[in-house]
Design a binder for this molecule. Structure first.
Ligand SMILES: [Fe+2]
Length: 612
């Protein structure tokens, strides 16, 4: 009896010794990994149990030991898959409920639909912040939310750990979302109050502290990709970063790298990073977000002379973003909602606004009335961007003239808070302003002409058949096809040729009215083996058939390489930027795959057999 009592005492001590006092929360999901973080009141080791069945969390991952600040990187996951999880040390002490789950990212470049939820200036710990979260959850219903963006001023008043605790992670009515929705943050000036204090330059606010020394609670709390773990380009710093999700590229910038000593060091490093990042970006849509907006007439006025950061973002950062034909720029800081027309090249104060120069489309962008904004992915020019300010997801300010000429819609937010939702499906992007009263008050659509014009060269063994596909990527669900020569109107035709031939296909996307023509030069040759390598193609796969390892060689730099299975589903995507690469595809089932390489001279395809 005595030993039983003792055992009970020990067990009880183990169970009740530690409490989870923050999280768990989720960071940096990729196709195959995610980071899970939490805080305990006493140090323990860090273990995550996970699995696709909530009743069978049979896999484990471990992180740092004997700590109150737990970080566990879970690896070896499948893309686009739902997992449940629990947290603990030797045994489970948290998580393990229907609301403790996450999704891994879909394969980069895939055209699955995705929903993005955006909040700015929310961390006030007030009823308006909770109302924003509740309005989103009830409006969203059972739909999956894929990406959650933070626009900065995440925890008032100074971004202290205690601010984050009381107004974000520990705020009843708000914090229940963290167990299943990873956030992708950017910092604001209020978060930076403690960054300046805790960084190494004598605690003088707004001084030129090297980016490497930006430290403080914000940077302790977040765990964002610095090595392009989720796509994009490595920033090597958490100060700014990028990631890909499905066919969208996200760029998390940082307006607070501006220094009032005006050395320009931080801004110039951010410009270099944007150039590195966006010059390699091939995604269908590109969204940048940061705290201080280039244009606003809300609680901050971008014409005020003391708004140096807003002016600098407008004069120095916006031209770089627009030079890469960015689609959407979302900011906070001004405690209102403002949404622009489709605009470009407007880098001055509002009195320099000239519609003849700066307005690409002066419609409201409403899809239902035929006014959606239309852009072209493949024409190298600035087609214009839409600018959104959403800084009242917890903050309310009704002052400000609300009359900046770039804006098509605004809400001064009197008595109401709100958030911003972005839905993307294939080549359509919808932006929606969701007020905390549950109503959509503004809506716009950007459509993208994104079907590549192909120049396919391939080889067919004499007497065999081959399937030609007009469109494997890009376009909407409403396409029509016309093949020259035989009048076929399907996406795919089967060629059963006895002699070499050139086929062309005209494609119309009825959503964007894009028209493209692709050509297919099919060379028929006698083959000794069933699959014989052709040297007519500007890129070569070796060996073919392959048992999983494939070498790819091209005469030019391979910009994009996509691999599709027999059903045209994208199974692999990379941006090699080199002539030669080696892939391991042994995780894919045996079968026929199409490799599509984009070189500077065109896009080419080859078939590969993956043998068991
Ligand atoms: Fe701010």
């Amino acid at each position: 009896m005595k030993s039983l009592l003792f055992l009970f005492f020990i067990t009880g001590t183990l169970v009740y010794a530690q409490q989870v006092i923050r999280g768990p929360y989720l960071q940096s999901p990729t196709e195959t990994t995610i980071t899970i973080m939490w805080r305990t009141n006493v140090p323990t080791n860090s273990t995550v149990w996970f699995g696709q069945n909530p009743q069978q969390l049979t896999q484990t991952a471990s992180g740092n030991s004997n700590t109150t600040e737990h970080t566990v990187l879970v690896t070896g996951l499948n893309p686009n898959t739902k997992y449940y999880y629990a947290i603990g040390s030797q045994s489970i002490y948290g998580g393990n409920s229907a609301n403790h789950y996450f999704y891994t990212n879909p394969v980069i470049g895939s055209q699955d639909s995705l929903r993005v939820w955006v909040i700015g200036d929310f961390g006030k710990g007030n009823a308006g912040q909770i109302a924003v979260k509740n309005s989103f959850l009830s409006w969203n219903g059972q739909n999956r939310t894929d990406v959650w963006l933070w626009l900065g001023d995440n925890a008032y008043n100074d971004g202290k750990d205690s601010d984050y605790q009381s107004k974000v992670f520990g705020l009843a009515g708000f914090s229940d979302i963290f167990s299943f929705l990873p956030f992708w943050p950017s910092p604001g000036n209020h978060d930076y109050n403690t960054v300046w204090q805790e960084s190494t330059f004598l605690g003088i606010p707004y001084s030129n502290i090297p980016l490497e020394n930006h430290e403080g609670p914000y940077f302790n709390i977040v765990d964002v990709p610095t090595q392009a773990e989720a796509g994009g380009f490595p920033s090597n710093l958490e100060v700014f970063y990028s990631f890909d999700y499905a066919n969208v590229h996200f760029l998390s910038l940082n307006s607070e790298v501006y220094d009032y000593a005006q050395t320009g060091t931080g801004i110039n490093r951010m410009i270099n990073y944007i150039n590195d990042d966006l010059s390699q970006n091939q995604q269908d849509f590109t969204i940048a977000y940061f705290h201080q907006p280039p244009y606003s007439k809300g609680s901050h006025d971008s014409d005020d002379l003391y708004e140096d950061v807003m002016r600098t973002m407008r004069e120095e950062i916006i031209p770089v973003l627009e030079s890469y034909d960015i689609d959407l720029i979302v900011c906070g800081h001004s405690h209102v909602f403002e949404r622009s027309f489709l605009i470009k090249n407007h880098y001055g104060y509002s009195d320099t606004w000239d519609p003849a120069q700066h307005l690409v489309s002066g419609t409201n962008g409403d899809f239902a009335t035929g006014n959606a904004y239309i852009k072209d992915k493949y024409i190298q020019q600035n087609d214009g961007a839409v600018y959104v300010v959403c800084g009242h997801s917890g903050s309310e300010n009704s002052d400000g003239s609300m009359d900046h000429p770039v804006f098509c819609y605004d809400d001064n937010g009197t008595g109401v808070t709100g958030s911003f939702v972005i839905d993307i499906y294939r080549n359509r992007l919808d932006g929606k302003y969701l007020r905390s009263d549950g109503t959509i008050q503004d809506e716009f659509t950007i459509l993208k002409k994104n079907i590549p014009s192909l120049n396919i060269i391939d080889t067919l063994c004499l007497g065999e058949a081959m399937i030609l596909s007009a469109v494997l990527s890009g376009g909407s669900d409403s396409l029509s096809f016309l093949w020259d020569g035989n009048g076929e109107t399907q996406n795919q035709i089967t060629v059963n040729s006895l002699q070499s031939n050139v086929y062309t296909c005209n494609v119309i996307d009825h959503l964007t009215e894009q028209q493209t023509t692709s050509t297919y030069q099919i060379h028929v040759q006698e083959c000794v083996n069933k699959v014989e390598e052709s040297f007519l193609n500007p890129f070569i796969l070796y060996p073919n058939p392959s048992k999983g390892k494939v070498e790819i060689y091209a005469e030019e730099v391979i910009q994009t390489l996509r691999v599709m299975d027999e059903h045209g589903k994208l199974v692999y995507h990379t941006f090699p930027q080199k002539n030669l690469l080696s892939l391991t595809l042994s995780h894919l089932p045996a079968g026929n795959y199409t490799f599509e390489a984009t070189l500077s001279s065109g896009t080419y395809r080859k078939s590969l057999i993956l043998a068991p």
